[in-house]
Design a protein around this ligand. Structure first.
Ligand code: SF4
Length: 272
């Protein structure tokens, strides 16, 4: 009876943080997905653990009214950015456009969406994302084999589709576009050249090179929506071997010189 009551009192909180982001500063998080993680990928490094609802189907997971209520509790929103991310792929949320309008009207703060790029081929997703001040698109792979191994997408999703969709989105999006890339191994010269050529086509405003610095929980932990490694330090986590910061730094410098675009990477030495 007491457990049941506790459960009722512990309502899911769709707004969390603020968390400190090395890319965006102080960031208030909005989770449009909810208690059960949902994504079209199941990345090997995902800090949510194994995705509980693998899906490409858009739906309303958390009502816009609930997000509005939760957001009001964080007034006056003294943060650098309000970020839609959380428990999975935010573009799966059918109310993505409503949420972005709400953030703009209520907080007046810049909005950011972190997306895995898999749904950008959908015109409805692109027009909802157009309301965001910033969008960061994920591109971790430059070969289909790497895509399958690192991102473990749902059947039917291909790297070619993702790349075409990013290019399509780039052409219509007027906000600030970043490409974020998680490196799990040191790439070969050929892989680096291929990535540079792709960036030349996409023309992002920024590139973010990253490597796993947070553990992958073996089971879903709602706290892992934030970015504090200390909150994820239990034995039920698996640490992936990161790429050395010197490798990221060298690749970043080279891209910056070749493309004349800002390339950023975390300058703290990750836990090995
Ligand atoms: S795209 Fe993001 S939420 Fe989805 S599995 Fe990968 S890291 Fe996790």
């Amino acid at each position: 009876m007491i457990c049941e009551l506790d459960h009722q009192l512990e309502r899911f909180q769709s707004v969390y943080g603020p968390v400190r982001s090395w890319r965006y500063g102080s960031s208030l998080g909005i989770d449009p997905i909810g208690e059960r993680s949902a994504c079209s990928f199941n990345c090997v490094y995902c800090q949510l653990g194994d995705i509980q609802q693998p899906t490409c189907q858009r739906q309303v997971f958390v009502a816009t009214e609930q997000i509005a209520q939760d957001l009001v509790a964080f007034a006056p929103w003294g943060v650098d950015v309000v970020t839609l991310s959380g428990s999975g792929e935010p573009t799966l949320a059918l109310n993505l456009g409503e949420i972005l309008s709400l953030v703009c009207q209520l907080t007046g703060r810049p909005s950011l969406v972190l997306t895995n790029s898999s749904l950008l081929g959908d015109p409805a997703v692109r027009s909802a994302l157009a309301l965001a001040d910033r969008v960061a698109v994920k591109l971790d792979a430059i070969t289909p084999e790497q895509f399958r191994r690192v991102n473990r997408p749902m059947t039917g999703l291909t790297l070619d589709q993702v790349l075409d969709s990013i290019l399509q989105f780039r052409q219509c999006y007027g906000g600030q576009l970043a490409v974020q890339t998680m490196m799990l191994t040191e790439w070969s010269e050929a892989e680096r050249d291929c990535y540079r050529d792709l960036m030349q086509q996409i023309q992002p405003d920024e590139i973010h090179l990253n490597t796993p610095t947070r553990p992958r929980p073996l089971q879903r932990q709602i706290d892992s929506r934030g970015n504090d490694p200390a909150s994820n330090s239990s034995d039920s986590n698996r640490w992936l071997k990161p790429v050395a910061v010197s490798v990221l730094a060298e690749f970043a410098a080279r891209l910056q010189q070749q493309l004349a675009v800002s390339v950023r990477y975390p300058d703290f030495e990750p836990r090995v």
